[in-house]
Design a binder for this molecule. Structure first.
Ligand SMILES: [Zn+2]
Length: 262
């Protein structure tokens, strides 16, 4: 539960904030998942972004300059995930590190078999358990295009998954959700998706989802917000679980937007 002191402090931050309205509107207009929200939800999203930018620290790496526009651009995408969950779902860490382009992590990674990897592959993004989110600005630019690929949503979905430990595709569920229902829906969909990728199918959902159950959840979260009708059509059970987890129904709210564009 949010303590009275924290609530008071957040209300004060909102009263004193100076988010550039023009910049906010410009950013909002770029993302279909944001401009399809009703005005009330857009206002709640704006408040969340103000608090997010207040509570999280951005750091630049490799000579990048972080501008207000970059902070709002990332904040808006990070906050769409927690619009109906609240900022406390991003508790326990505060850093966002921005590289100008893809970066090679210097730390070692231990896989599920206990094998240590020191990769030399460049990353577009990374989320540390209990630590920062790291993003490549070159990859964050262009995320507004609704193609189901969005590195910001991806890494912040990992952060939600990490609320109860490693990113394994099983975030902490709400009290009104069934662990069995989640496991059944995701296990069946993951198996089916891996078979489709292995069979060489050119999937609308990013084939990177077949890497592991943790990646499947993160990639399906990208698709859930950007191409919700595809997730709903291909994996309706997973779509239902995601609507319960995120407490949002992007396919329903984006339908009039799409019809309006037709
Ligand atoms: Zn990932």
């Amino acid at each position: 539960m949010l303590g009275a002191f924290r609530r008071w402090r957040r209300e004060r931050v909102l009263r004193q904030s100076h988010l550039d309205e023009g910049l906010w509107q410009q950013t909002l207009d770029r993302f279909p998942f944001a401009w399809s929200l009703n005005p009330d939800d857009q206002r709640r999203l704006r408040d969340l972004v103000v608090l997010f930018l207040h509570e999280k620290q951005f750091a630049a790496a490799a000579g990048l300059q972080v501008t207000p526009a970059m902070r709002v651009w990332i904040g808006l995408q990070a906050c769409i995930l927690v619009l109906n969950l609240g900022l406390d779902f991003y508790r326990g860490w505060s850093g966002i590190i921005l590289y100008p382009a893809q970066f090679v992590p210097r730390h070692q990674r231990v896989d599920e078999l206990g094998i240590v990897h020191q990769g030399d592959e460049p990353y577009a993004g990374e989320a540390w358990l209990g630590g920062p989110v790291v993003l490549s600005w070159a990859d964050v630019q262009g995320t507004e295009y609704p193609d189901g690929v969005n590195v910001v949503i991806h890494e912040f979905a990992h952060k939600l998954d990490m609320l109860n430990g490693d990113a394994n595709g099983f975030p902490p569920l709400h009290a009104d959700m069934s662990r069995r229902g989640w496991a059944d829906a995701f296990t069946a969909a993951y198996r089916d998706f891996c078979a489709r990728v292995d069979g060489g199918e050119d999937t609308m959902i990013d084939p990177y989802a077949s890497e592991s159950p943790g990646e499947f959840f993160a990639v399906l979260s990208e698709a859930f917000f950007e191409i919700p009708d595809v997730v709903q059509g291909e994996y309706p059970q997973v779509y239902r679980q995601l609507t319960q987890f995120y407490r949002q129904d992007p396919a329903a709210r984006m339908m009039p937007v799409r019809l309006g564009n037709a």
